[in-house]
Write a protein that binds this ligand. Structure first.
Ligand code: C2O
Ligand code: CU
Length: 511
């Protein structure tokens, strides 16, 4: 088989190569990779790797975008807070490219802590993925790093550090990859970054985490986890009041933001009546799922995690952390509230869409759409162009998600952080991952470097392509992907607090 030959050409690397690349020491364990890791395949050659071939000297890249990670005073609508930000902006600057183009970013770290940048959702070359101790050394204070990679797939993405709770200090920004063969019709677009916020108005993220670890969770212990529900794809929206179960979050952030603005001083998006606006919505929060609606309008969802779906129209949309959706709306005439309800937290983020005259809606308004048809992944099918189709499964990995509520320790297959050997895959295989949630909380599970397809127990409809999927309490969710991007990749929960408390593992290519 052709894929076999490719594997051989690419599998040049073992521990020695890893060490030479300076990434052999695991940042969390301080250990060198064990035996099982020795056969891991790293990236080399192939379309994703092209930029490497024209290696430049650091700094010798006049066209590189500069991202400066540093403490900065950000204006939360009249309230100045000292946060950490990219280029002093909240959100960080928008990076916009066309599919197939090369991203060149010079990261400069002026934070008082080591950092990296991860390009969430992009199927890029492994050594640019921004995971310290796995794909690169951490970028120390005063140091820099040159990121350079091809963006293969169009879509809505974002970037953030892959270190501790840094994302919850304000370090995130949008990354949009335009489609040269765009099929969606729209007149204008707006990128919406949703966030939960505490810096300067509440405890620090580290204080939140310390409190959780000290006091444990108040979660009711689940008795007898029998009767797992199968596959998200088959579930109806269930209890639309609590679509994620009774416990939707661990932390109460004092504020919820749309594009860095609190409800008291909201972003105002302007348009004309009758125009079609494409929202690119990113949930960049640490611990908050949002239910988003635009008062007086319906949402036509066209993309999930960057990839096209068969358009479906509903009233509201559920987004877990790390998820992105594109939705097209035909604007009415007037002033409308755009509300992102923080699930289970009696709070909301708020923006205003204005196409005509009139007084702005109140920040606390709750549009009726929020309680009508709530769109979730269960409603979405992959567009035919991105349907992976059926193929024999090369291997299946089960990922059991468990939380120790007393110590606030979250594990995958009994392990915290990415100690232990990676889940092995071989290039060219179809791989199935089964997320089995045996904890009383939902988890937005995210895979780096690939876009999987959601599987349904009865595969009459092709599930959407995604890189982040909500796994509800007691639910089992299966996804499949083509193992076509060698390297060592994170698989983790995108709840920043669960991740910091251990809920991550890795997937590694073997020859
Ligand atoms: Cu956006 Cu590994 O994360
Ligand atoms: Cu989680």
């Amino acid at each position: 088989m052709g894929s076999r030959a490719v594997t051989t050409r690419r599998s040049f690397l073992a521990v020695a190569g890893l060490a030479a690349a300076g990434v052999a020491v695991d940042a969390y364990t301080g250990h060198r990779p064990q035996q099982a890791v020795a056969r891991l395949v790293r990236t080399a050659g192939g379309p994703r790797q092209r930029p490497q071939e024209e290696r430049r000297q650091p700094g010798d890249r006049p066209d590189a975008v500069r991202l400066l990670a540093a403490p900065a005073t950000v204006d939360l609508g009249g309230r100045a807070v000292k946060a950490w930000a990219f280029n002093g902006e909240l959100p960080g600057p928008e990076l916009r490219l066309r599919a197939g183009q090369v991203v060149r970013v010079r990261l400069e770290n002026r934070l008082p802590a080591a950092t990296t940048v991860h390009w969430h959702g992009i199927a890029l070359r492994n050594d640019m993925d921004g995971v310290p101790g796995v794909t690169q050394p951490p970028v120390e204070p005063g140091q820099g790093f040159d990121y350079e990679f091809t963006v293969p797939d169009p879509g809505t993405y974002f970037y953030h550090p892959h270190v501790g709770l840094q994302v919850d200090r304000g370090l995130y920004g949008p990354l949009v990859v335009e489609d040269p063969n765009e099929i969606v019709g729209y007149d204008r677009e707006a990128v919406l970054l949703l966030d939960d916020w505490t810096i300067g108005v509440g405890p620090t993220p580290e204080q939140f985490l310390a409190r959780l670890q000290r006091d444990g969770m108040h979660h009711a212990q689940m008795s007898g986890m029998s009767g797992m529900k199968h596959s998200a794809g088959d579930m109806t929206t269930g209890d639309s009041r609590n679509p994620l179960g009774a416990d939707a979050g661990d932390v109460r952030h004092p504020l919820y933001l749309v594009n860095g603005r609190p409800p008291s001083s909201p972003t105002v998006l302007k348009g004309r009546p009758g125009e079609r606006i494409r929202f690119r919505i990113v949930n960049a929060a640490a611990d908050t799922a949002f239910r988003l609606a635009l008062g007086g309008h319906r949402l036509k969802v066209t993309h999930a995690d960057g990839f096209p779906v068969r358009p479906v129209t509903g009233d509201a949309l559920l987004l877990g952390m790390g998820e992105r959706y594109d939705a097209v709306v035909t604007l009415g005439d007037g002033v409308f509230p755009l509300v992102a309800l923080a699930e289970g937290k009696q709070a909301q983020a708020f923006a205003v869409v204005r196409t005509g005259r009139g007084a702005a809606p109140r920040a606390g308004v709750r549009p009726a759409e929020l309680d009508r048809w709530l769109l979730t992944v269960a409603d979405l099918d992959a567009d035919r162009a991105v349907d992976l189709g059926g193929r024999p499964i090369g291997r299946t990995h089960r990922l059991v998600l468990v939380g120790d509520m007393q110590r606030y320790r979250w594990t995958i297959n009994g392990r915290a952080h990415h100690r232990g050997p990676p889940l092995q895959v071989r290039e060219g295989e179809r791989v199935r991952l089964v997320f089995e949630n045996r904890s009383p909380m939902w988890h937005p599970m995210h895979l780096h470097g690939h876009t999987f397809q959601l599987q349904r127990a009865v595969n009459l409809r092709p599930g959407p392509r995604k890189d982040t999927v909500i796994v509800r309490p007691a639910e089992r969710v299966a996804v499949e992907f083509e193992a076509d991007n060698p390297g060592r990749w994170m698989v983790h929960c995108h709840n920043a607090y669960h991740q910091a408390a251990g809920m991550m593992t890795t997937l590694g290519y073997v020859s």
